[in-house]
Design a protein around this ligand. Structure first.
Ligand code: PMV
Length: 320
């Protein structure tokens, strides 16, 4: 079982596509209350790997990606057996709620345990990263930094604070439940085609350090400035890559403007968006009822999911 995470300082672009080594370090929070639960059985009677997501066979591309990941696990465990994988999400897939983060974190944990590997947190995070970069951050607990590095073994997630460190809430305003047109795996490849990516990367180390400090000091106002700046920088890169990627919808913009107004009026609230139109509205837990009620009144908001800081990925049942 793993929670998805929301990045406050984003990952967009790789220095090594095959190894999924990121162009810059990123920082996120796990989302309690949202889960991916995955079971893996290696079965000698299987001719091929099989995959069900929410009880259905997903498109070929996703099956292939999971099979490639299982090959990594098989190589590590020195086995050749094919596996049966079943995964359930309790939140919408593919709409900027980073379902790949919890998907590959849960798969790394379940598959490595089922294959008889006993990986520590660093090993699990390094493995999860190979499936989806952001999955490296869903292995450790709470607030997590994923360090950029030039080598496979040095790029993994580390917790900088446990979930109870800061009573934040993420009110996720859903404005579309459709699968996004261009997923992040394709998007990362386009990042370097934007003339703005170099400028974004030049300030990435400083933004991460300031964001880490704002979290450790529980300084909401400093946090809000950085989170929105980092989100705007990533989307500016997306919009200026070739081909360009536009994820915001009219309702996303309406929510962003409203959040800035609420902050001016005194609420501790800010926003960030991943590769999709849904808006993660971050606030202190004290204000989450008010913020969610405000969001529900904005035209175009289908519903609001709420999550507090979450714990680490964990094994629910030991493999038998
Ligand atoms: O892990 P991926 O390849 O799905 O990339 C995640 C990209 C963003 O969600 C847009 C940003 C991030 O850091 O999570």
């Amino acid at each position: 079982m793993a929670h998805p995470n929301i990045a406050f300082v984003k990952y967009w672009g790789n220095r090594d596509i095959k190894l999924r080594l990121p162009a810059s370090s990123s920082l996120s929070m796990n989302l309690a209350g949202l889960h991916t639960r995955t079971t893996v059985q290696f079965d000698p009677s299987l001719q091929t790997d099989t995959l069900l997501i929410n009880g259905e066979a997903p498109p070929q591309g996703q099956q292939h990606r999971v099979s490639e990941f299982l090959h990594l696990v098989r190589n590590m465990a020195k086995i050749r057996t094919k596996a049966r994988v079943s995964s359930e999400n309790d939140f919408p897939n593919g709409a900027g709620i980073a379902s790949s983060s919890s998907a590959f974190a849960a798969l790394a944990l379940a598959a490595s345990a089922a294959a008889g590997l006993r990986l520590d947190e660093r090993g699990l995070s390094t493995l999860a990263r190979r499936g989806s970069g952001s999955a490296a951050r869903s292995i450790p607990s709470g607030f997590v930094v994923w360090q950029a590095a030039d080598q496979d073994r040095n790029s993994y997630g580390v917790s900088i604070a446990p979930p109870e460190h800061w009573g934040l809430a993420d009110c996720i305003a859903i404005v579309s439940e459709e699968h996004k047109a261009v997923g992040s795996a394709e998007g990362h490849k386009l990042a370097a085609t934007s003339p703005l990516q170099a400028a974004r990367l030049a300030g990435a180390v400083q933004r991460l350090e300031l964001c880490r400090k704002a979290i450790l000091d529980r300084d909401f106002s400093g946090f809000a400035d950085l989170v929105e700046l980092d989100c705007h920088l990533m989307h500016a890169v997306m919009m200026t890559s070739r081909p360009p990627l536009h994820y915001w919808m009219p309702a996303s913009l309406a929510i962003m403007a409203a959040v800035r107004d609420w902050r001016k009026a005194g609420l501790s609230v800010c926003y960030t968006l991943d590769a999709g139109p849904n808006v993660h509205v971050l606030c202190t837990d004290r204000e989450n009822e008010t913020v969610a009620a405000h969001l529900e009144k904005i035209p175009g908001v289908i519903r609001v999911l709420r999550a507090n800081p979450g714990g680490p990925a964990r094994l629910v049942n030991e493999p038998g």
